[in-house]
Design a protein around this ligand. Structure first.
Ligand SMILES: [Zn+2]
Length: 344
């Protein structure tokens, strides 16, 4: 049932109305940022079309059709032949096309065309999900176009993408677009608490560092986040105590260490989040607005010593620094320069 899905209430309404009117477009485009649940919504919708004991028009979630629709066995990522076909769930009418390396193979779209022409085998509709539809290249897009032009009334194709602009206009124009919004931190927090896997404090923090994505919230390693945050809190303290240049240069050396190359950008993100927290506290905002509420006391102490204009300038310095990094300059030199500029 749609009530089991997180957020995007407006999308739920749109999908419910389609089911109630029994007017489901042949091709739907689910567009929205990574991690907001587009695939979950698509599967729930596919189940609703095939459920044996629907509640209203929505999937019951426990009949045999609903259970099997969730069972996918994905092939190894280097098995090219397996990616030339639709990957079926344990339900004979619900399948998925996924990309091989960087493209959805033209053969997979030809297989889809063939399969979409069959009547449903066991349910009342055949539903094909196309994951990362932005990976359709010209050849596979053209193969798909044929199916999109005249889909049989019992077949539905759901294209899923975070980058709808990357699709060929001819593909996009044949789909009914359903737009997903990023989730509110409160929606993610409530969901995390429902899973019973997180403490209140952790759920609150994860929901706020996830930038609107349940996927990202679940994929964040909090222990690692807190470790990075401790390092960045040291940087922030050194900045606040103007002039502690020696420890800033040490910190610069530490975060640009080649052994931890992949941690550089996440740490910069963490530093920026901390500064924004201190900034909003310095402006007198309530702690509700703070991302890192679990270290509120430390942040408040820092905020008491920082004027808001100074925090605002730090953010601008970091933004400028990111632009400089884009043009491939030496990270260590640039980070030294950033930290020293921030002490002024
Ligand atoms: Zn069911």
């Amino acid at each position: 049932m749609f009530s089991t899905l997180v957020g995007n209430e407006r999308v739920k309404e749109v999908l419910r109305r389609m089911l109630e009117a029994r007017r489901v477009a042949g091709a739907l485009l689910f567009a929205g940022e990574e991690g907001v649940g587009k695939r979950r919504f698509a599967l729930e919708f596919a189940k609703s079309l095939n459920c044996r004991t629907p509640v209203g028009r929505e999937a019951c979630g426990h009949c045999s059709a609903c259970v099997r629709a969730e069972e996918f066995v994905f092939p190894p990522s280097d098995d090219k032949d397996a990616h030339k076909k639709i990957i079926w769930s344990a339900h004979a009418d619900i399948g998925m096309a996924i990309s091989y390396k960087r493209a959805i193979l033209v053969d997979a779209m030809r297989d889809l065309e063939r399969e979409a022409n069959f009547r449903p085998f066991e349910g009342s509709a055949r539903v094909f999900l196309i994951e990362e539809a932005d990976k359709l290249n010209e050849a596979s897009s053209n193969a798909l176009l044929k199916t999109l032009e005249e889909p049989p009334s019992t077949s539905h194709i759901i294209l899923i993408t975070a980058r709808p602009a990357a699709l060929l206009p001819t593909v996009r124009s044949r789909c009914q677009t359903v737009r997903f919004s990023p989730l509110a931190p409160s929606e993610i927090e409530a969901h995390l608490l429902k899973t019973k896997k997180f403490s209140k404090e952790d759920a609150r923090l994860l929901a706020r560092v996830a930038h609107g994505s349940v996927g990202r919230a679940l994929g964040t390693d909090l222990e690692e986040y807190r470790e990075q945050r401790n390092a960045m809190l040291d940087v922030l303290s050194a900045l606040v105590l103007r002039g502690d240049r020696a420890s800033l240069l040490r910190a610069s050396e530490d975060i640009t260490d080649a052994k931890r190359k992949d941690e550089y950008e996440p740490r910069l993100d963490v530093l920026e989040t901390l500064i924004r927290d201190v900034w909003s506290l310095a402006l007198g905002c309530t702690p509700e607005r703070v991302v890192n509420a679990d270290v509120l006391e430390q942040l408040e102490k820092l905020a008491a010593r920082v004027e808001s204009q100074r925090a605002a300038r730090w953010i601008r310095e970091i933004e400028r620094h990111r632009e400089r990094l884009d043009v491939n300059i030496n990270r260590k030199v640039a980070t030294d320069a950033l930290f020293l500029a921030m002490t002024e």
